[in-house]
Structure formats: structure tokens, C-alpha cells
Design a protein around this ligand. Structure first.
Ligand code: BES
Ligand code: MN
Ligand code: ZN
Length: 489
């Protein structure tokens, strides 16, 4: 299905149209639309409440009202949710084309027309997303093919176009997350990255194979991939701004296309979900999907460590020691704490090769972060308060909330090894599993480097239903958050 924007003067007719309504106000309608007498009468316009009618008009035969609640309480989340409700109703209408009309009064509601149209556009595209997977595709002649967003004015147009691009990037991230492990191997992630580079002349892509990684000394990354028969890939995407760059940001993503745990094998229950262990990498690829459409004044590097954590005859054994690209040795006490090993070398690579002003990494690193903050929040470990505040505000704005978690000296101390510099897990009595992961990673970040680790194991999957996001599969977390961070930086 295609979602597009058009200036409202072009809204001459549509077989099905959704209108937003605030409490106590009559909706402004496009020219030529009328509603049956009394239809608005006792519609209270509670948030996300709906009412549909046949109008008898030729131009606009079917109209859906979607409530937004009280005008002064409407915010970005409310708009995204209401738009998602409209998109789902459009899909269920049986019409092949449908429209969503945003009047001038509605466009003024939350943060002005650019912001409002961005939120509505995001809600439509995100709310319409459904993972098709490998289900046999029955041709449905009544499926919605075209959804048009109508509003007036240049800022509205700018906001809508940005919203559409960001949401499409987020859906791209979700699609990668949801794909079964056998449909998305590390090499497939690399192909997606290469394809992204063809979407914009400002984006380039380099892929390193295992031999190249070995040459660079990435022994920790390779200690994970050696247990898989599907070769690992190190993906490096670069975005160069058109004008002068205002700084350099490098984002590293954990790209475990499947995490079976290795020899420290995971229990079977829900193991199929471990295909989303590449969500950090998917967020980075999604970021570059967005950057192809939305300009930022920074040089951005995206680095994804793509591999599987499985078991063959060569798989790493508990107690094995391996050496990272920065010379640090690690005793691998638990092969299921693999993400930090892959990230360790990717972080070293990112600092050595791209020398970023700000280094970020996103990873489904620990089950413990789900215990700590659940599925609605990302645990973040920023190195300074400025970065923390920017990320918390960005997360609030895009509906991908971030919560700072502690990274204290005691946790770092606990990661020190006896037979190697470090071990990849702390003592069980220590608790704070997500912080332990962050503490391990901190050994691979140079002193003074601005950095933030995002533990997205909860937020990436299985979030509560908020209409545009949530449910049993991938949320697409990170892509819109990173773009919002770049916008606010
Ligand atoms: N990919 C997992 C973390 C995870 C768990 C993500 C559940 C999403 C849902 C990670 O590689 C892992 O296995 N972590 C271990 C670390 C432990 C061995 C120290 C964990 O969380 O149990
Ligand atoms: Mn694991
Ligand atoms: Zn993992």
C-alpha cells in the first residue's frame, strides 16, 4: 500500500475519507463534503473513538470521524495514535483508495502544522504496517492500494513528507526485525546495506568479510561467528552531508540474525524470537533509509556487526580466551553473552576508523533490561548529562522513551578477569545484568569519548499496543529516535 501527501485543494473526491474531530467543535470538511443531519450530534470525540457513515454524496460517499479528545490535550502521541486508527479503518473499508483530511484547525493543534502533519503521516504509515512473512499472498482485489493525506500549506507539506519518510524507514527496520533467521542471514543484512547506498549519492557502503576482520584483529567478533556456518559481515555505511559537516556521529548496531546462545545454549521456549537479536543493526540500517530522504548536517557512520550465535564443531567453548581489536583479552565464560563481544570490536573499529565526536550503540544486549524497564523503554547509558537530556527529550517526542541506567565503577570492576583482562559475564550475585553489559562495553570506549549504549532488548519487541506500534513483533525502535537526536543535536 502506498501512502502519499497532497495539497488539500486537490481533494475533489475520494471513496472513503477520515476526518479528525476535537471535543466540542464541528469538523472543517473539504469542499463538496456534507454529513447526514444529526450525525455529529452526540459524538464526543473521545481520543481514538470513531463513527462512520454513508453520506449520499457522489464525491465523498463514506466518511469516518476519528476523535482527538480536548483540543489543548492533543499531543504527538495522540495524533500518531488517531492517525493509526484511521489507517487501520481505511484498510478495513473495502475501498482500494482512501483519504485522510487534516483541516487547517486540526493542523494547528500540536506544535503547529509542520509537526502535526509529521505526526499524522507517521501514524498512518506506522499504523498500516503488517508483517506478511511467508504467508501465501492471496490476491485481494479489495485491498487498500492508495492512502492519501490531504492538508494545506507549505509547512504542512514539509512535515508530511518528513513523517512519511521517517515512518517508511521505521517500517523497513521492522521488516528486517520480523524476518525469520533463515530469510535474513548476515549476508542478507549486508545486501540490504548495499541497496541502501543506491538510494542516495550521499550514502556509501563497505562490507568486510571474515578474512578482512581477521586482518584487523577482531578476535572477539570472530569468536562468536566461528560457531556459525553462515559467514559474518561487518557493515560500514557512511552518510556525507551536502554542505559543510557540523560534526561526526558513529552508530554501532548489534546484528545477531539469530542468537541460539552458542554452546551455552538457550532454553527452547520462545527461542524463535531470537531472530530479533539484530534489532540494533536493523535500527542503524533504518537510519540510513531515513538519511536518504531527510538531510542532516552531520557526517554519519553506521556500523553493523552481523553474525549468528549458533553451534557447529568449531563453536567457542566456555572458558576460551580471545583477543579484541584493541588488544584486550576476554575469557568467554558464557557464549550467550555474545552481543558485547561483537560490539566490543565494532566499537573499536568505529573509533579507530571514523574518529567520531559522538559514538552511539544500539543492542538487544540483555534480558535483564526487560526486568528493569520493560518493553516500553530503552535503557540508556550516556557519558554526560547533555547527551542524556537530548536523548530523553528525543525519545519522549517520537514515542520511543529512554531511561538512564547506572554504570558505576563497581560494575566495571566486576568484569575484570582472572585468566584474561576481562570476562564476558560478572558474578551472578552482582545483579544489574544490563549495567554489567554496559560496564563490559565501556572497556572498549576510549577515555573522553562521548558515548551512549542503548539496551533495546525490551523496547525492540513485543511492546504494548499503542495503535501505531506494539503487539507481538518488532517495533522498529531506534530509527526515528536517532533521526530525532540528529535533528536536536
Ligand atoms: N540477545 C540476548 C539478550 C536478549 C534476551 C534479548 C532476551 C532479547 C530478549 C543476549 O545475547 C543474551 O543472551 N544475554 C544474556 C546475557 C547473560 C548470559 C549474561 C541474557 O540476557 O541472559
Ligand atoms: Mn545471547
Ligand atoms: Zn544476543
Amino acid at each position: 500500500m502506498n501512502v502519499s501527501f497532497q495539497k488539500s485543494s486537490l481533494a475533489k473526491s475520494s471513496p472513503w475519507v477520515a476526518l479528525f474531530v476535537v471535543a466540542g467543535k464541528k469538523p472543517e470538511m473539504p469542499r463538496g463534503m456534507s454529513l447526514p443531519k444529526g450525525f455529529l450530534e452526540d459524538f464526543e470525540a473521545k481520543p481514538r473513538s470513531t463513527r462512520e457513515t454513508y453520506t449520499g454524496d457522489k464525491e465523498f460517499p463514506r466518511v469516518l470521524l476519528v476523535g482527538l479528545g480536548e483540543a489543548d490535550a492533543v499531543d504527538s502521541e495522540g495524533l500518531r495514535r488517531a492517525a493509526a486508527v484511521a489507517a487501520k479503518a481505511a484498510k478495513g473499508s473495502g475501498c482500494t483508495a482512501a483519504g485522510v483530511y487534516v483541516s487547517d484547525a486540526i493542523a494547528e493543534l500540536a506544535g503547529g502544522e509542520e509537526q502535526t502533519l509529521r505526526d499524522v503521516a507517521e501514524g498512518l504509515v506506522l499504523g498500516a504496517y503488517e508483517y506478511q512473512g511467508a504467508k501465501a499472498q492471496k490476491k485481494n482485489p479489495k485491498a487498500l492500494k492508495k492512502l492519501t493525506l490531504w492538508a494545506n500549506g507549505t509547512p504542512a507539506s514539509r512535515g508530511a513528507k518528513k513523517g512519511l519518510a521517517l515512518a517508511e524507514a521505521c517500517n523497513f527496520t521492522r521488516e528486517l526485525q520480523n524476518k525469520s533467521g533463515n530469510l535474513l542471514r548476515p549476508a542478507d543484512m549486508a545486501s540490504h546495506a548495499r541497496k541502501l547506498a543506491t538510494r542516495s549519492p550521499q550514502i556509501s557502503c563497505k562490507i568486510f568479510d571474515e578474512a578482512a576482520m581477521k586482518k584487523m584483529g577482531m578476535g572477539l567478533f570472530l569468536s562468536v561467528s566461528q560457531g556459525s556456518d553462515y559467514p559474518a559481515k561487518l557493515i560500514h555505511l557512511t552518510y556525507k552531508p551536502k554542505g559543510k559537516s557540523k560534526g561526526k556521529i558513529s552508530v554501532v548496531g548489534k546484528g545477531l540474525t539469530f542468537d541460539a546462545g552458542g554452546v551455552s545454549i538457550k532454553p527452547s521456549a520462545k527461542m524463535e524470537e531470537m531472530r530479533y537479536d539484530m534489532s540494533g543493526g536493523a535500527a542503524v540500517l533504518g537510519l540510513f533509509h531515513a538519511l536518504a530522504d531527510v538531510a542532516v548536517p552531520y557526517e554519519v557512520h553506521g556500523i553493523v556487526g552481523a553474525t549468528e550465535n549458533t553451534i557447529n564443531g568449531k563453536a567457542t567453548l566456555p572458558g576460551d580466551v580471545h583477543t579484541g581489536m584493541n588488544g584486550t583479552t576476554v575469557e568467554i565464560q558464557n557464549t550467550d553473552a555474545e552481543g558485547r563481544l561483537v560490539l566490543a570490536d565494532c566499537l573499536t573499529y568505529a573509533q579507530k576508523k571514523t574518529k567520531p565526536d559522538t559514538l552511539l550503540n544500539l543492542a538487544t544486549l540483555t534480558g535483564a533490561v526487560i526486568v528493569a524497564v520493560g518493553h516500553e523503554l530503552t535503557g540508556i547509558y550516556p557519558t554526560n548529562e547533555g547527551l542524556r537530556d537530548t536523548l530523553v527529550e528525543a525519545g519522549q517526542r517520537v514515542g520511543e522513551k529512554c531511561w538512564p541506567l547506572p554504570l558505576i565503577e563497581e560494575f566495571k570492576e566486576a568484569m575484570k578477569g582472572s585468566v584474561a583482562d576481562l570476562k564476558n559475564i560478572g558474578p551472578p550475585s552482582l545483579g544489574a545484568g544490563s549495567s554489567q553489559g554496559a560496564a563490559f562495553l565501556s572497556y572498549f570506549v576510549e577515555p573522553g569519548q562521548e558515548w551512549c549504549h542503548f539496551d533495546i532488548a525490551g523496547a525492540a519487541w513485543n511492546a504494548g499496543n499503542r495503535d501505531w506500534v506494539g503487539g507481538p513483533l518488532g517495533t522498529g525502535i531506534g530509527t526515528r529516535l536517532l533521526m530525532e537526536y540528529l535533528e536536536r543535536r
